[in-house]
Structure formats: structure tokens, C-alpha cells
Write a protein that binds this ligand. Sequence first.
Ligand SMILES: [Zn+2]
Length: 338
Amino acid sequence: MSDSPVPSVETITGPIGDPGATLMHEHIFGLSPEILWNWPDIPEGWDLEARAHEAAAKLNDLKRHGIDTVVDLTVVGLGRYVPAVQRVAELTEVNIVVATGLYTYDALPPYFGNRGPGSLFGGADRLAEFFVRDITEGIGRTGVKAGVLKCATDHLGMTANCERVFRAVAEAHLETGVPISTHSHSASGGGLEQQKLLARLGVDLSRVVIGHAGDATDVTYLEELIANGSYLGMDRFGIETISSFENRVAIVAELAARGHADRMVLSHDSYCFNDRFDADVVRRRHPNYHLLHISRDVLPELRRRGVTSEQIDLMLIANPRQILARREPYREAGHDHR
Ligand SMILES: [Zn+2]
């Protein structure tokens, strides 16, 4: 429980001192276990060793493009399978931070949906218990500790089940100090609703990343999220059907010019392998949806628009380190100050 004098970030291979240049919202594998159990011969089928080598090759390429760490926000609901990510970690120098939490826009997996408060069968809500176990003891039998808590709302807003996940995430956060990263629906201003609930639950909003904020082009909305204290995830570079390259770059440049580089982090929300996408279709529809887009295209374009190297270092290095290394538990006196 004592404060560590050296910043320390929990990764899949254990704590490290300095994560370096970090992409704050990516995925190594997105898997559908029930599909793979029952239709194993689909072309998107799973071969751990082959997929791990494929993923490691992509990450090694990323390392050559200047990125040292990726945060893998794959949690239950997206097909988290940490043993496979561990195999990738053996094959790459890129640090991988893994997450706990639950990804849903409303429905809970039946395991949770049928127990807990208000459910058919009642009993204890095990969500927070499982999240804390992932952080303090490790995930499954891997011993790998989660370094981030993830929760989501989308176009349906804060449904009763989403609120249940948010409450459990907040509880695990207050107990462990592990930062929170969300999936939000910018088109409906969903980040504000997330902040409101988390603040009500006692969470210091400066320890929260409002994910997919970069889908928005509304400066007023984004400055409100910042004024409330959170970081913004400008984290879907390459998903141009939601927001174009031009819009994504322009909003980051605009917010940087307004002095907010200390409140943004960058990423693609990409997958090294995802059985839910038809890879050929995705390549055609989203040609820039891959791990190298920020290094190759986004950073040069930001520089061309006047974003300084110092501001890029904040978004890529200093802010991620600050978010991931800040693990002190909450004290009775209330929130600690930065
Ligand atoms: Zn994601």
C-alpha cells in the first residue's frame, strides 16, 4: 500500500519503469470462443501459434516505427484470452498492458446477468470481485495482472446493466487505484454521462480516459470533458467511416492549439487478429485501420498543422505514463491532488 518512489507500470511480463511511447487503446486478439468451439473450420479460425507469430510481427514492425508499449483493452465481452497474449509477449519487445472490466452496450453475459442485485436468482454481484482479483492476483491462472479497468456505454446510453458494470469498475478502481478507460459514444455526448456517474461514485476524473472522444468534432463537448478533469482518447485513427482522417487530425490539432495536449492520448483501436472482421473487407473499407497509421500518417500531418514535438511527446509518452503509473489508492481524506 505504500507509494512507490519510481513510476511503475504493470505489463503482461511484470512491472516496468518507463513504458515509453504508448498507444493507449489497441487489441491483440478479439475472439469468439463459442463460435470457435462449434465452427472451428471457419477461415477466421484460431491457431494460437500462427496467430501469435502474426501478431508479434505486427508489433515488432510497430517497434521499428517508434512505439514501445500498447495497452490491450480486450476484456470479457470482446474475447479476452491472456495465455495467447502471453505467447505474443514472448515473441515481441513491445510491452503489452492488459485490462480487466467488461465490454457491453447493455446485456450482461448470463453468468453475471442471472445473479446479483435485481436479477432473477439474486445473490452476490461478482463483477467487482473478479475485477479486483484480475488486478491483485492475476487473470485466470496466468498470474498476469491487469493494469487498466475498462467499461463501456454506446448509443443506448447508461442502461441499468452498463451502470452495474460502471459501479463495479469504480469499486475496483477505488480499492486498487488502477486507472479507468472507457468506450464512449461521442455522437450522443456519452462521455459526460460516464463522468457524471463515475464522479458520483467517488472516482477522481483525472484518473479516467474517456475513450473514443476523438470520434467527436465538437470542441465545446470535448473541452467540457477536459474541464471535468479526464483525459481524451483520440483513439480510433483509421476508422474513417465514423470520422474521417481530416476530422480526426483537425480536432487533435485544434485541441493542442488550445493548450490541451496534456489531456489527450492517441491510438487506433485496432486488432492484430479479430475473428469478427472479414479482414479483406476491412482492408478495403478502412485502408488505414492498422497499427502503423499514427506513426506513418497521423504524426507527420499533426506536425504539418503546427503541433509541436513537445505536444506529441505529451500525448504519446508523458500522458500515458502518468495515467498508467498513477496507482496510489484513495485515502480517507478524499482525493489526492496532482
Ligand atoms: Zn477497443
